[in-house]
Ligand binder design. Structure first.
Ligand code: SF4
Length: 295
């Protein structure tokens, strides 16, 4: 299952052949890049050094990261900058809505840095962005990938009241590894976030994701799936953890594509309505493949 060869310089397994990052080959990539820059927007594609950036941007899609590009947390897996954030930009909701229109997106994913400096964790800003997009295009599918808001149900409610179709909050890893992988977030708090989202708005689809290759065991992966199903989570993504820099957590193992397929099958049997599982799967990778309204 794992790639056994250890790179002596990095003390971690060599990157296997199935982890391939495609380079931009298409003019759409550059027009997407220009549009994002023109509208002064941030994307998690860039900030988190996503390996799919070339592919997604070449297809004219991207995941917008609102509320700045400075995060108040310092998770061991994440490449987003940790620093004191700047003030929220009042016109950001309109700029995101304009980008969505110009890119002609039918399904948009909006995420944000964790804003623990704000009383509402940035929930009202999320809501303003959702409403601006909805005003511009009432038929669009809006997916939010939110921080835990410290499981504050009033913040969760604020986001849900704005009417996203999909409420995504990532577990990131199994319970045992959570203190190592995530800075302040707690496994049980994240489960509570998903439980509350489903209880507060049963029609909203709930979604979560985990990274594999951080040293988790199979029983721990299956337990996480069970925990997510127990709180009503309907969509699951699973992808390979990749170390963004030598300062981040090392990869413990590279999971084979066949193993990802198997985990995907097991997750479906456990009752998830939609599962994406593969080495390069990320929360927002091919997010539009799941259409909640058609269900
Ligand atoms: S998978 Fe998501 S974060 Fe990565 S490039 Fe695609 S849209 Fe951006």
């Amino acid at each position: 299952m794992s790639c056994a060869k250890i790179d002596p310089a990095l003390h971690q397994p060599h990157k296997p052949s199935w982890i391939k990052v495609r380079l931009p080959s298409n003019p759409v990539f550059f027009s997407t890049k220009a549009l994002i820059s023109d509208l002064r927007l941030h994307t998690v594609c860039e900030s988190a050094q996503c390996p799919n950036r070339w592919e997604c941007w070449s297809q004219g899609t991207a995941t917008f990261m609102i509320a700045g590009d400075r995060c108040t947390r310092a998770c061991g897996f994440c490449a987003v900058t940790t620093a004191k954030p700047f003030a929220l930009e009042e016109d950001e909701p309109q700029r995101v809505a304009e980008a969505v229109q110009r890119m002609k997106l039918k399904h948009v994913v909006i995420t944000a840095v964790a804003r623990d400096d704000l009383e509402d964790g940035g929930a009202n800003h999320f809501a303003r962005v959702i409403r601006a997009i909805r005003d511009a295009d009432p038929s669009i599918i809006i997916e939010v990938l939110v921080p835990d808001f410290h499981a504050d149900d009033s913040s969760i409610q604020i986001v849900l009241d704005a009417g996203p179709e999909i409420y995504n909050h990532n577990m990131e890893t199994v319970e045992r590894l959570t203190p190592l992988v995530r800075s302040r977030a707690k496994y049980r708090t994240s489960l509570q976030v998903l439980r509350w989202a489903k209880e507060l708005s049963p029609k909203t689809v709930t979604k979560s994701g985990i990274m594999l290759g951080l040293g988790e065991t199979e029983p721990e992966i299956f337990q996480t799936m069970d925990d997510l199903r127990e709180v009503g989570c309907q969509v699951l993504t699973m992808g390979q953890y990749l170390r963004p820099t030598p300062d981040h957590l090392p990869v413990v193992e590279f999971i084979t594509p066949q193993q990802f397929d198997l985990y995907g099958e097991i997750a479906r049997k456990k009752g998830f309505a939609h599962v994406a599982s593969g080495p390069l799967v990320r929360s927002s990778y091919h997010a539009a493949d799941f259409h909640p309204v058609a269900r």
